[in-house]
Design a protein around this ligand. Structure first.
Ligand code: GLU
Length: 335
């Protein structure tokens, strides 16, 4: 029997970390081949091509690493892979997966996974996560869904998932939207058709473009926003209160900055959408829209930053930025 061909690329993270000395702590060391060799039953579901792409803790991943991983995944698909699995640290997984999702144009599944416990810890979750991720990437029902994150036998769409607990194995969640499916007894089961996907063809990004993410908090006056603008950032995403609100002072600052650089407002609550027509106080969504800010809708702040980066780094005109964020205000499937 011919098994689906799955390419597994390892980028680092807890899933490949071992510790010789408890004082020093766990460090990324295992190769992709070592990771897949430790998974019982893997050879019975897929033909695996394993490649160690990086051995980094995920806080040290950057945009170039993600784009290089994307190029590797594309080359694997061109060489005949039926699906791709990337393993990495969970700390930045919600961001890398979404950046990949914005750029992944193939129907073949691209699945990102990791682990919360190192391979030497009791109850290590890495092998089970790799098995579930490969099962997902190897199944034709996963095609056309963009990038998914598989952890703890749960399948999440990259656009909604976030790490919601610092140490728990059950850390990933997709607030409001819920998981897309689960891997049950080795088979992915999807609970719904893929949600509407933002599809745009992006040119090669200019890696020198920088977009800042700034969280507003009690007593902020806009000093931080001005400092960021002065530091030469090309755009700012504000992780704002509630439905997309800031203080009156910050609102004045946004109005002054908006003609110079795009400012996108997202909600810092971790769940839900920004509003458009509920509140009218200074610093509210209606007021900030009048002052020239954009709103990210259902897109979380960290993900809004990645989208704004991609738009600015590919020299998208401001009208395209506005249209891009408009998409995320209606993510239901009614066209
Ligand atoms: N808990 C993280 C992980 O799951 C720590 C380090 C990292 O993100 O690489 O891998």
């Amino acid at each position: 029997m011919k098994y689906p061909s799955i390419a597994v690329g390892a980028l680092g993270g807890t899933i490949c970390m071992t510790a010789d000395d408890a004082q020093v702590g766990a460090l990324p060391r295992l190769s992709a081949q070592q990771l897949v060799s430790a998974v019982p039953g893997l050879v019975d579901i897929a033909e695996i091509h394993a490649a160690t792409l990086l051995q980094l803790p995920s806080p040290s991943l950057n945009f170039a690493h993600v784009l290089d991983s994307l190029a590797w995944a594309e080359s694997m698909v061109s060489a005949g892979a039926n699906g791709i699995v990337l393993t990495q640290g969970t700390d930045t997984l919600e961001e890398t997966a979404f950046l990949l999702d914005l750029l992944w144009t193939h129907p073949q599944p691209l699945v990102v996974t990791g682990a919360m416990r190192t391979p030497l810890t009791a109850g290590a979750d890495g092998p089970a996560n790799i098995l579930a991720a490969v099962a997902c990437a190897a199944d034709s029902s996963s095609c056309g869904r963009g990038v998914c994150v598989v952890m703890n036998n749960t399948i999440h769409e990259a656009r909604w998932v976030r790490k919601a607990n610092s140490m728990s194995v059950e850390t990933f969640e997709s607030a409001v939207m819920g998981p897309a499916g689960m891997v049950l007894e080795g088979t992915p089961q999807y609970f719904r058709p893929p949600s509407k996907r933002y599809r745009e063809h992006f040119a090669k990004p200019d890696m020198s473009v920088r977009v800042a993410l700034v969280e507003t908090c009690l007593g902020e006056t806009g000093e931080m926003l001005n400092a960021v603008a002065q530091a030469g950032y090309h755009g700012i995403v504000i992780s704002a209160y509630g439905a997309g609100h800031v203080s009156h002072d910050e609102a004045k600052c946004i109005e002054a900055l908006a003609p110079r650089l795009p400012i996108v407002i997202a909600t810092r609550t971790g769940s839900g959408s920004t509003a458009a027509r509920t509140y009218g106080f200074p610093g509210s969504e209606i007021d900030l829209a009048r002052r020239g800010a954009y709103f990210s809708g259902w897109l979380a702040p960290r993900k809004a930053r990645l989208l704004l980066w991609l738009l600015l780094a590919t020299a998208a005109p401001l009208s395209a930025c506005a249209a891009a964020f408009e998409f995320w205000k209606r993510v239901d499937s009614i066209e």
